[in-house]
Design a protein around this ligand. Structure first.
Ligand code: CTP
Ligand code: CA
Length: 497
């Protein structure tokens, strides 16, 4: 008994100091690992939301964006969750009944109330941006434009979101934010990759935006937009052509055609057999064409189709002015444009039209694309109607013109060649989000793209926890080894026992 006590006393493992150190060591390591795990445990994901209404010339659409609540600044993570197309025409068409513009938005706004969790309603920013339709209305009747905005504002403020205002975007903003959207969704900005140009074709205006090594903004500074995003500087060229959206360009073309004979237009851009009576008052009800109204024109004219692509191309060419250029390079109408560079995403009506015509594949040579369009334009109207029973007649009547206009705008207007045509991609969405200016607009207004690259933790969460655990275990093993000189005595004593 006394020998046992003596051995215990001699066994350094059994000294109070060693026991205390060991216990504290184990507790410290367990505490370290626990704190690391608890502190870095991924929290249940919470989301924030933003709503943007795109009040275009032909229609309004509502987009709901969503992003993880704790990652406002880490970007690349904002996604479109829902979209809603407002029934009826664009808000600029309600100039004579502004209240209806507000009412038209109600249905989509009610859907937005359901889609955004109610506890997030009050903090969800709501923006409305109007484009070329309201630009034109504001030009001809600024009072009517104000009335429409007032009605829209009152309607939107009735909803529980954080209303941030309704306004007209400049053409420059429209082009630049479309470019931001495309490059953000492709994660080109965050990774500092070469950017993609943006081509947007609306009903009343069209935008081209791209970065070119040959453009530093000094030639035609109005076309220059500078961004610093994620630590990179971008000098963007952008231009918006008012009246060169597809609907206004159609008016420009018809207005030109009616000059030669005001009673009837035999239109090579319409299908053979197409026949409609149209009102001059409707055709000329736009500042894009109002100054071209023929003197003493009758109330109506007959619009018939002949379906001839080559002649249609000639008529379409007339809507552009290629003669004056005071810069080193121009697109059309004397507008400066640097040399095209890189890939381009073409969206909105570019996509709707080319998708309808089955012409979105730009690896198909331009000549073959034209052959296909030629056959389409020459197809009799009754056959076209039969083949597309669900399509809106207004759209259907114009796809031959629209396809021709798009090819002419791209090649003769912007100077894409049969070689660089394949640099264009006709796109509707990128990773589930619609291509368009709305996302870029919201990212900008909510400061969600930082000027400098955000600092990311060098290790992901799981890697961090694993390394802390491994180091803690190693320290513990080293600690045990540091007591090694005591081991042999200890084991000898145990053998004696
Ligand atoms: N399936 C569809 C849908 C739309 N369109 C046409 O595409 C154009 C509308 O394009 P959009 O990008 O929606 O124009 P808006 O935004 O309304 O106009 P803007 O940007 O000029 O204000 C209109 O001419 C419309 O007739 C079409 O041809 N086929
Ligand atoms: Ca648009």
């Amino acid at each position: 008994m006394s020998a046992q006590r003596e051995m215990k006393e001699k066994n350094p493992w059994h000294t109070p100091v060693t026991i205390i150190i060991t216990v504290i060591g184990v507790i410290a390591i367990v505490a370290l690992v626990t704190v690391a795990v608890v502190q870095n445990r991924p929290l249940p994901q919470k989301y924030k939301y933003g709503i943007v209404l795109d009040a275009g010339s032909s229609h309004t659409a509502l987009y709901i964006y969503e992003w993880p609540a704790e990652k406002d600044n880490n970007t690349g993570r904002v996604e479109q969750k829902h979209s809603c197309k407002v029934d009826g025409p664009g808000i600029s068409s309600y100039a004579s009944a502004p209240l209806k513009a507000g009412q038209s938005l109600r249905e989509c706004m009610q859907k937005a109330e359901k889609w955004v969790p109610s506890k997030r309603h009050h903090e969800t920013p709501l923006y409305l941006g109007a484009t070329a339709g309201m630009r034109l209305l504001n030009m001809v009747d600024s009072v009517a434009s104000e009335d429409v905005f007032q009605a829209v504002k009152e309607a939107l403020q009735k909803f529980p979101f954080s209303y941030q205002g309704a306004r007209i975007l400049s053409g420059q903003e429209e082009g630049a934010f479309g470019w931001v959207t495309v490059n953000y969704l492709d994660e080109r900005l965050k990774q500092g990759l070469e950017t993609t140009g943006a081509l947007d074709l609306g009903g009343a205006s069209t935008q081209i935006s791209f970065v070119s090594d040959n453009y530093d903004g000094s030639e035609s500074p109005n076309n220059s937009v500078n961004f610093r995003l994620y630590g990179n500087d971008y000098n963007l060229y952008t231009h918006s052509f008012l009246c060169y959206g597809k609907d206004q360009a159609h008016r420009l073309k018809l207005a030109h055609q009616t000059q030669s004979g005001p009673n009837a237009v035999a239109d090579p851009c319409s299908h053979p057999g197409y026949n409609a009576t149209k009102k001059y008052s409707v055709l000329y009800d736009s500042p894009c064409v109002s100054d071209r109204k023929p003197q003493g024109a009758p109330a109506t004219f007959h619009h018939t189709g002949t379906g001839n692509l080559q002649q249609c191309q000639e008529v379409v060419r007339n809507v552009f002015n290629f003669t004056d250029c005071k810069y080193s390079h121009c697109s059309f109408n004397g507008v400066f444009q640097p040399i095209l560079q890189g890939g381009f995403g073409a969206f909105s009506a570019y996509y709707f039209v080319m998708d309808f015509l089955n012409l979105t594949d730009t690896t198909v040579p331009l000549e073959a694309v034209k052959e296909q369009l030629k056959a389409y334009c020459a197809t009799p109207w009754d056959q076209i109607v039969q083949q597309h029973p669900k399509a809106k007649l207004k759209y259907l009547a114009e796809y031959c013109f629209s396809g021709t206009y798009i090819l002419s705008l791209l090649t003769e207007g912007y100077n894409f060649t049969s070689v660089t045509y394949s640099d264009i991609k006709f796109i509707e969405k990128i990773k589930g989000s619609d291509a368009g200016w709305t996302l870029g607009y919201m990212l900008n207004l909510t400061n969600m793209i930082p000027a400098e690259a955000p600092d990311f933790p060098p290790l992901p969460h799981a890697g961090y926890v694993s390394i802390v655990t491994i180091i803690a275990v190693l320290i513990f093993i080293l600690f045990l080894f540091s007591l090694r000189p005591l081991w042999p005595r200890c084991s000898k004593q145990q053998q004696i026992v």
